[in-house]
Design a protein around this ligand. Structure first.
Ligand code: ATP
Length: 256
């Protein structure tokens, strides 16, 4: 479904790769968490998957089509199939829950319609259902700036869901939330993942959370993939290597 071949990214002016020769493939139904300490390359990786970040070398294939050979219109179509949620929610604070969620239809509509803010009855009904799915019906007409962090992330999830995505991408979606709320958000993501049989790929700092929900873990360190396996295989030693060991020890470690 999603295939990454020899993907490397080096930002202009940097002497090291942010991502270095990553090879991976993902299938529908997998719940993948990406681990790694700050600066390991997690966000850059997620941004490559939906074409927001162009690699220096390598390819990302979506159902056998190269993302980086596509024109803007083709890429826009693919992005509709990729719902994305963010650490800082990326909502419009002065708009209501309903208005924010309806922006999830933008990928499907002409710019002219977007500017006029026209939504069909069908779109409005679907948005209402999605807001109900994330448990925010009682907040539907409230401005998003008045909501808690957990509620804001629910709006972000509802907006992504309205796109009817096949892939759900998360860039540290619970890093701004307390542990209890993070659990609730992960429960919700898991329910949605199971119900719609998605491919879910999420960056996360909390290893316990990742091990509880993921079916597959990937660890990055200094842009290199140092682990790819089942959550139960990510033991104390792998944890130490991912978060503490010096980078110059990496060459001695096999990739799992
Ligand atoms: N736009 C940019 N220009 C230059 N360097 C960048 C840019 N974006 C990221 N980097 C560098 O690329 C590397 C990987 O960054 P990235 O944000 O992907 O890491 P991360 O694992 O997501 O970190 P965090 O957990 O702190 O969000 C870092 O060394 C970072 O400084």
């Amino acid at each position: 479904m999603l295939e990454i071949k020899d993907l490397s990214v080096r930002f202009q002016g940097n002497k090291d790769d942010a991502l270095s020769h990553i090879n991976l493939s993902f299938e529908k139904g997998e719940f993948v968490c990406i681990l790694g300490k700050s600066g390991a390359g997690k966000s850059t990786f997620i941004r490559c998957l939906n074409g927001l970040q162009k690699p220096t070398t390598g390819e990302v294939y979506w159902n056998n089509h190269s993302l980086f050979d596509m024109n803007e219109e083709q890429l826009r179509k693919i992005r509709r199939e990729m719902g994305m949620i963010f650490q800082h929610f990326n909502l419009v604070p002065r708009l209501t829950v309903m208005q924010n969620v309806l922006t999830g239809t933008f990928g499907y509509r002409s710019t002219f319609k977007n500017l006029l803010g026209l939504f069909s009855a069908e779109e409005i009904n679907r948005a209402k259902e999605t807001i109900e799915d994330v448990g925010l019906t009682d907040q539907i007409n409230r401005k998003v700036e008045l909501l808690s962090g957990g509620q804001k992330q629910r709006v972000g999830i509802a907006r992504a869901l309205l796109q009817q995505p096949k892939v759900f991408l998360g860039d540290e979606p619970v890093s701004s939330l307390d542990p209890g709320t993070s659990n609730h958000i992960f429960n919700l993501i898991q329910d949605i993942h199971n119900q719609h049989q998605l491919l879910t790929i999420i960056n996360v700092h909390d290893v316990h959370l990742a091990k509880r929900y993921a079916t597959r873990l990937i660890a990055l360190k200094d842009g290199k993939m140092i682990f790819d396996g089942r959550p139960e295989e990510f033991d104390e030693e792998k944890f130490h290597v991912t978060y503490h060991a010096a980078s110059n020890q990496l060459d001695e470690l096999p990739v799992h």
